[in-house]
Design a binder for this molecule. Structure first.
Ligand SMILES: C[S@@+](CC[C@H](N)C(=O)[O-])C[C@H]1O[C@@H](n2cnc3c(N)ncnc32)[C@H](O)[C@@H]1O
Length: 290
């Protein structure tokens, strides 16, 4: 095998586009500098298949020339490049043990509106699950809540704002929730569901890159969900993001992490109080955004 060519998985067909090891390394450096996302060697094939679609769309024959185009930071292809490299796996009521904890906290809190931030919200299933939980907690379809949903990827934000999903995405939900919170599609929308308008109204979608100097977010939150995104960052980046997020959390606020994300290295920022649920560490309370 040519040592300069990114290795292919055994048995995989010949590549449509020329893709050298150096191309993978360039992608790795670019996405790390832009979004803090760390890609290790095991992602070589994933990068090829995700970006091959972009080469096809933009009429490039080689990764090298496609990547040269991105030397211009303001090139519109950057948005597609970034969107192609994010991993957006999510589901309604994922890691379900978090939602009763949130409901109890919201009921006990005197903060109105009760503010929640779904940071790295992907296609919207997480912030909508938060909205549904809070409707149930406050026993009304118009609860006194404000939910901010942010993500780096503009395509998933559009999908989230539309609130339209294939029927199989709601397979695991009980019929009470389905009836209360979703509309069933008919005609050309058969096989799909849409989150009801009153639930969509509770969620604001906004683009935010954790790696940017400016986040464009203000105020304090009663709960922050930042789940299954830290795993894409190295430890120094994780720590920086956690510190910045913690400054948006009220002193008695809750921070929810993903199941495989240990915050042990951030004990100066968050103190565990349950299964992947945290409070701001005492020493860290009252910090200003920064
Ligand atoms: C696997 S999804 C997690 C979705 C949801 N939180 C959950 O747990 O089901 C990870 C999300 O993180 C987003 N992401 C990756 N890097 C980011 C960054 N630098 N800033 C903001 N969001 C980012 C991706 O676009 C993706 O939608």
């Amino acid at each position: 095998m040519d040592a300069d060519v990114a290795p292919r998985l055994p048995g995989s067909p010949a590549r449509e586009f020329s893709y050298a090891r150096r191309d993978f390394q360039r992608v790795r450096e670019m996405i790390y500098a832009h979004a803090g996302i760390s890609l290790n060697d095991s992602k070589t094939e994933m990068v090829y298949s995700r970006l091959a679609r972009r080469l096809r769309m933009t009429g490039h024959r080689e990764f090298g020339t496609y990547l040269d185009m991105l030397a211009d930071d303001a090139h519109p292809e950057w948005e597609h490049f970034v969107n192609a490299l994010t991993t957006n796996l999510t589901e309604f009521f994922r890691e379900a043990h978090h939602y009763p904890v949130l409901a109890q906290h919201a009921r006990a809190s005197s903060s109105r509106p009760y503010r929640v931030w779904s940071a790295a919200c992907s296609t919207g299933e997480e912030p909508y699950s938060l909205a549904m939980t809070l409707c149930e907690a406050f026993q009304t379809d118009e609860p006194p809540v404000d939910i901010l949903a942010t993500d780096l990827d503009t395509q998933v934000l559009d999908k989230g704002a539309a609130g339209i999903y294939e029927m199989d995405r709601v397979d695991g939900l009980d019929s009470t929730r389905l009836k209360r919170f979703f509309l069933r599609g008919t005609g050309t929308r058969a096989g799909q569901v849409r989150v009801r308008a009153n639930i969509r109204k509770l969620v604001r979608f906004q683009q935010l890159n954790f790696h940017s100097a400016e986040w464009g977010v203000s105020g304090q939150f009663d709960a922050v969900f930042c789940r299954n995104v830290l795993i894409y960052f190295d430890k120094p980046t994780q720590h920086r993001v956690l510190r910045r997020l913690s400054a948006f959390l009220s002193a008695d606020g809750l921070f929810f992490a993903g199941h495989s994300e240990s915050l042990l290295h951030a004990a100066d920022v968050f103190t565990p109080i349950g299964k992947t649920v945290y409070r701001p560490a005492a020493a860290n309370r009252g910090r200003l955004h920064g």
